[in-house]
Design a protein around this ligand. Structure first.
Ligand code: AMP
Ligand code: MG
Length: 344
C-alpha cells in the first residue's frame, strides 16, 4: 500500500513536470484512474472533451479484463486454467499480444519468457508478499514450468499450454500494448497532442506546444521519492522503464525486485538498476525494457543495436549510465551523481 502511494506521487510529479511548460493557448487537462493496479494518467491539449478521456480509460479497463493474470475470466485466466488440457479460443487482441511475447522470448533465448507466471505468483512481489522468501524447492518446482516453447499457437486465435500447471503472465508487455491501443483510439478521435502515462509506461503524441520536444523524466532508481536523473527529449515516441525500484521487498537487507531470471528462478541480479527504452511502439518498448533488464548491459546493448528505431538508457547499480548509439541525442543527464560510461 505504501509502495502504491509512492508510485502515485512519482507519476503525478512527472506529469506536472511535463505539462507545466505549456503556453496559454494549449491549456493541458489531465484525468487519471487506478487501473491495471497502477495509476493511469492521460493528458490532453486543445480542450478535448471528457468523453475522450472516458473512452480512453474504457479501453484500458477492457484490455486489462482480457490480459490480466489475476482475473479468472480473462482470456489469460482461461488459457491458464486449461493448461495441459486443451486449446482455448481468445480474442484477436490477446492472441496478438501472446504472439508478440513469444517473439521476444525467441529473440532473447528465453530471458524474456511469458510462461514465467507460476514463478511470478510464487514470489508475489508487489502482489502481497512483503518479505518472505520462497523455499528453494518451491522455486525449482515452479520454474520447471517456465518454457515458452510449450505454448502452441493454433489457427482460429486458439492458444494451448502443453503442460499442466503452466501459466502465461503478460505483465512485462501488456502495459505497452494497452498504451498503443489508447494512442490508436486518441488518433481516431482526432487528438494530435497528448501524453499517455500508464504507470510510467509513457507515450507522447505529437510535440509540445511551441514545436518543442516533450521532456520525459527518467527516474532515479535509487530514490523512491520520485527524483529523476535526466530527461529524454522526444516527439511522437514511447518511453518505458524497467527497474529495481518498481515492485520489491527487502529481506535481511537485500532487495528482491519483480523482474525474475528464468535461469535461476530468483530476481535478476546483474549490474543493472534500470533500463529505459525509447522507441516508436510501446508494446516493443515494454517487452524490450524487461528483456534488456534480464540480459544485462552487454547482451542488452547488442540486442538493442540490432533493432532499428529503438534506443536504450541503462542505469547501473554503481550509478553509471550506458547509452545505445542513438540515445545520446535523446537523453540529457541532469544528476551529477551519475556518470555516462562506455560499456565494459
Ligand atoms: P516490466 O515492469 O515491464 O519490466 O515487467 C515486469 C513484470 O513482468 C513482472 O511484474 C512480471 O509480471 C513479469 N516478468 C518478470 N520477469 C519476467 C521475465 N523474465 N520475462 C517476462 N516477464 C517477466
Ligand atoms: Mg516491460
Amino acid at each position: 500500500m505504501k509502495l502504491k502511494f509512492k508510485t502515485i506521487v512519482i507519476l503525478l510529479f512527472f506529469t506536472t513536470a511535463l505539462t507545466s511548460c505549456s503556453n496559454g493557448s494549449f491549456e493541458p487537462r489531465s484525468d487519471n484512474r487506478l487501473l491495471m493496479g497502477t495509476v493511469c494518467i492521460i493528458t490532453l491539449y486543445n480542450n478535448e472533451s471528457q468523453e475522450i478521456f472516458d473512452g480512453a480509460f474504457e479501453i484500458i479497463a477492457e484490455e486489462d479484463r482480457l490480459l490480466s493474470l489475476q482475473k479468472e475470466n480473462s482470456d489469460l485466466g482461461l488459457i491458464n486454467m486449461n493448461a495441459g488440457l486443451k486449446a482455448v479460443e481468445v480474442s484477436e487482441h490477446t492472441y496478438r499480444v501472446v504472439e508478440s511475447a513469444l517473439g521476444y522470448a525467441e529473440m532473447t533465448e528465453g530471458a524474456f519468457d511469458p510462461t514465467i507466471a507460476p514463478l511470478v505468483q510464487l514470489w508475489a512481489i508487489g502482489q502481497g508478499n512483503t518479505g518472505i522468501l520462497p523455499s528453494e524447492s518451491a522455486i525449482e518446482a515452479e520454474n520447471a514450468l517456465t518454457d515458452f516453447s510449450l505454448v502452441t499457437m493454433e489457427s482460429g486465435n486458439s492458444i494451448k499450454l502443453e503442460k499442466k500447471g503452466m501459466k502465461i503472465d503478460l505483465g512485462g508487455i501488456a502495459k505497452g500494448y494497452i498504451a498503443d491501443r489508447v494512442k490508436e483510439y486518441l488518433l481516431s478521435q482526432g487528438v494530435e497532442r497528448a501524453i499517455i502515462n500508464l504507470g510510467g509506461n509513457i507515450i507522447v503524441l505529437g510535440e509540445k506546444p511551441g514545436n518543442e520536444p516533450w521532456k520525459i523524466g527518467i527516474q532515479n532508481p535509487f530514490d523512491s521519492r520520485g527524483s529523476y536523473i535526466g530527461v529524454a527529449a522526444v516527439k511522437d515516441k514511447t518511453v518505458v522503464t524497467s527497474g529495481i525500484y518498481e515492485r520489491f521487498f527487502i529481506h535481511e537487507g537485500k532487495r528482491y525486485h519483480h523482474i525474475l531470471d528464468p535461469e535461476t528462478g530468483y530476481p535478476v541480479e546483474n549490474e543493472l538498476a534500470s533500463v529505459t527504452i525509447i522507441s516508436s511502439v510501446s508494446i516493443d518498448a515494454d517487452a524490450l525494457s524487461t528483456s534488456l533488464f534480464v540480459l544485462g548491459v552487454d547482451k542488452g546493448l547488442e540486442l538493442v543495436e540490432s533493432i532499428s528505431n529503438a534506443e536504450a538508457v541503462f542505469v547501473t547499480r554503481d550509478k553509471g549510465v550506458v547509452l545505445s548509439s542513438g540515445a545520446g541525442s535523446l537523453f540529457q543527464l541532469h544528476d551529477s551523481d551519475f556518470k555516462i560510461t562506455s560499456p565494459q
